[in-house]
Design a protein around this ligand. Structure first.
Ligand code: SAM
Ligand code: SF4
Length: 463
């Protein structure tokens, strides 16, 4: 196996030892988690292998408490935008893999504008730009053109204020150019930290190079991109091994660059055209998946956790309580999917989503469940990224800064996109939160805005 910061044998030994660590070790780890102390690898492994229902119940409670203490009830909303499905790689799990024969395409800049209009009409302010890897059809210049086009658009009251980018591992120079283009988080899933499995499922193409993929964030951070988002594709390898891999990767970045993952995504493999899900022997069931989400929340309390429409809304609801802080809504996972959905046409999605509700329904349901949907992108716009964001989070300031912003952006969303019922619901949710705003002036302004949403005033009023 190649030399790098993921020591395969070390992780295997951690998991093997944890199986014999006994009840008292689980209790001690949970005690530490409750005090929000940093857990060692051994302690995380102990929690991962534990199946005792009483300990699990306590673990879920602690994860929920940590989540509420740090993030309150805010949930950040985003949507993916697929711009190109050309791909030279052969990832065994993905419908865009090079061997799968289907009508491939990439969006023209006019088509990018069409997609963004639909997304802005849904009220989205934050996108994750997605593409396959293909230097000929989809070079970095094309990605940069897409970013420029999207940021330059303003349609009715809509505007995309933050573009996160999920494209293949690339060079330091290309990361520097992405930084100059003003992207938010650079997202890349390691897929799995288990190198032999990684080599098996990545059959051919540049992505097959485990070390190049693993060191992508080192290059990104060296290029000045300070928000990076990791993730693994659960279902490829032993999920416990991969959680420990994520934690070790995070520590490597913290040690070397003073900033760990800004977010962690937790995708699970979904069925997709051109692959057979039965070929994957490590699929993760709902119970283990919930345990994993809770343990990640406990182990890295200040790292945002992202869930996509790969999960159905029942699962999403449970995972929001355990630690998820960002979800996608109203997503399409195909190139040109938003405009085509409006015309009732079909496309080849990257995988089959499990939550196909429209964004407004997802957002209304979040409020019914006691959450505060947030469209805020202020941190990024005021330069609070990397370690500056982390120090905001670690000093407990997220609540003071993010809560007013979440309330303000929900007001704006209700005004621009909500019907009467939605506005009423949003007004009630916001009113409920007003007493918790620390700043008197912001408290008063938020109350004034609520009155105006309730009376259905035009948007110009905004204070
Ligand atoms: N092409 C780039 C890459 O692979 O890194 C980035 C974009 S790719 C569109 C985004 C992610 O989709 C991949 O990292 C992979 O984890 C995920 N994905 C691919 N096939 C999937 C499937 N069948 N189910 C769930 N997620 C899948
Ligand atoms: Fe291409 Fe990414 Fe799909 Fe792999 S996961 S086939 S690199 S689009």
């Amino acid at each position: 196996m190649s030399a790098h910061f993921i020591d395969h044998e070390y992780i295997e030994n951690l998991l093997e030892d944890a199986k014999h660590s006994g009840d008292s070790a689980v209790i001690r780890s949970l005690d530490k988690a409750e005090r929000m102390e940093t857990l060692t690898h051994r302690e995380i492994a102990t929690l991962l292998v534990n199946d005792n229902p009483d300990h699990l119940e306590r673990m879920f409670r602690i994860a929920g408490e940590i989540k509420r203490r740090i993030y309150g009830n805010r949930i950040v909303i985003f949507a993916p935008l697929y711009v190109s499905n050309f791909c030279v790689n052969r990832c065994a799990y993905c419908s865009f893999n090079h061997r799968h024969d289907f009508g491939r395409r990439k969006l023209t800049m006019d088509e990018v504008r069409e997609e963004v209009k639909v997304l802005e009409r849904m009220g989205h302010k934050r996108l994750a730009l997605e593409a396959g890897e293909h230097d000929g059809e989809c070079p970095i210049d094309y990605i940069l053109d897409c970013i420029k086009t999207i940021y330059s658009m303003k349609f009715e009251n809509g505007e995309i204020r933050r573009i996160n980018v999920n494209i293949a591992a690339t060079t330091t120079e290309n990361y520097r150019r992405l930084k100059q283009a003003g992207i938010g988080t650079y997202i890349l899933f390691q897929e799995t930290y288990d190198e032999p499995v990684y080599n098996r499922v990545h059959i051919a193409g540049p992505k097959k190079d485990f070390v190049y993929h693993l060191t992508a964030f080192d290059r990104a951070l060296e290029a000045g991109l300070d928000d990076v988002g990791g993730g693994v594709l659960f279902g490829l390898a032993d999920p416990y091994f991969d959680v420990l891999g994520l934690m070790i990767h995070n520590e490597h970045l913290e040690r070397k660059y003073n900033t760990g993952f800004h977010t962690i995504s937790v995708p699970r493999i979904c069925p997709a055209a051109g692959m057979n899900i039965a070929d994957f022997p490590n699929l993760v069931d709902d119970a283990i998946f919930a345990k994993i989400v809770a343990i990640i929340r406990i182990a890295v309390p200040f790292t945002g956790m992202i869930l996509s429409t790969r999960e159905n809304h029942v699962m999403r609801k449970q995972l929001l309580e355990l630690g998820i802080s960002q979800i996608s809504a109203g997503s399409s996972t195909g190139v040109g999917g938003y405009a085509q959905r409006e015309k009732n046409e079909t496309i080849t999605p990257q995988f089959l989503a499990n939550d196909d509700r429209i964004a407004l329904s997802v957002i209304a349901e979040l409020m019914d469940d006691g959450y505060l949907p947030s469209f805020c992108t202020a941190c990024y716009r005021s330069g609070r990224t990397g370690d500056r964001f982390m120090s905001l989070a670690k000093t407990g300031q997220i609540g003071n800064v993010c809560l007013p912003n979440a309330l303000m952006t929900l007001c704006e969303y209700a005004m621009d996109y909500g019907d009467d019922a939605f506005r009423k619901k949003a007004a009630a949710v916001i009113t409920n939160e007003i007493p918790t705003i620390a700043n008197e002036h912001i408290r008063r302004r938020t109350a004034e805005n609520v009155e105006k949403i309730s009376s259905g005033a035009g948007r110009d009023f905004f204070v």
